[in-house]
Write a protein that binds this ligand. Sequence first.
Ligand SMILES: NC(=O)c1ccc[n+]([C@@H]2O[C@H](COP(=O)([O-])OP(=O)(O)OC[C@H]3O[C@@H](n4cnc5c(N)ncnc54)[C@H](O)[C@@H]3O)[C@@H](O)[C@H]2O)c1
Length: 339
Amino acid sequence: MKALLTGGAGYIGSHTAVALLAEGFEVTIVDNLANSSRVAVNRIESLTGRNTVFHEVSLLDASAITAILCDEVPDVVIHFAGLKSVAESVDHPLDYYRTNVAGTLNLLDAMVASGVRSLVFSSSATVYGEPVRLPIDETSPITDAANPYGRTKLHIERMLQDLGAADPDWNIALLRYFNPVGAHESGEIGEDPNGIPNNLLPYVCQFAVGKQDRLVVFGNDYPTPDGTCLRDYVHVTDLASGHLAALRFLNDEKPGVACFNLGTGKASSVIEVIHAFERASGLALAYDIGPRRSGDVPASYTNPDKARLQLGWTAVKTLDDICQDAWRWQCRNPDGYVA
Ligand SMILES: NC(=O)c1ccc[n+]([C@@H]2O[C@H](COP(=O)([O-])OP(=O)(O)OC[C@H]3O[C@@H](n4cnc5c(N)ncnc54)[C@H](O)[C@@H]3O)[C@@H](O)[C@H]2O)c1
């Protein structure tokens, strides 16, 4: 089986590439390296002892994408590529619509041209907006997302649903990730954010090694047990195995368009994450409590039953595993992937 990964040099894509290669898949990566490094691809290959085919190409280059798809004709495309910063999307919405929505359209045109009809799409729990009930399951209402990034995911999901309705040959899995964190247990690949990390755990890692000056908890007056926000932190290697489960499901069940929440079902607070990180690193982290950050919902966590029952997939790694692996990655790569 051959899988083509857009954005395969990125954080989740690189871990999924390792899992696919370990399962015997042939892997082609298409990535313009806007938020990743060629070094990640080298590490994928050295970790697995397998080669990949790598194309440094943007999804916005429609003719190049079509040429690659027609040449490679993969069995399945896993579409990770895109821009993912909520804050940046508020300031630069057109960049987000162009890369995420128009980039996906180019990819779909290329899939049509090459006869490839099997797709796994990286969606996000952000499509649920402010959840109306907890835990969130796949029947929870999809509300208008709170920011342009979330809206691009909604538009793409709807586009894919329309495509599936128009042509029953398509099989598409929409995977709505909760909070992907952690790193490969080898410490060789992990998250390497550009600039100041937006997400808690990469920020905590950088604070722990002195790359950030202050650790501020955004609000401790939420209606949660310790007053800080609750999130569903899912280890990135669990997420990678969720993609393998989705591929098997598409292949075996030919479901048309199906969506799945990928998370653990457990809610952890910001303070719990900081304490787990302290256990993993042996460091004591001095943090301050600051005001709430706009756009943060008090709690977001999944009911993982649908993925368990239909994909046969369950996240197995704990918050302690997550922090140990993130810390190992950070210590071995304090400056991320340096070429
Ligand atoms: N990490 C998260 O917290 C999270 C949560 C929910 C959903 N997602 C989604 O999962 C996907 C992967 O996320 P990630 O955390 O691995 O992000 P990432 O930024 O590490 O990976 C995305 C990859 O896409 C590439 N890319 C960007 N624009 C491109 C273009 N025009 N052409 C080709 N490649 C391009 C980047 O270089 C990068 O390697 C994204 O679509 C993201 O929106 C991520």
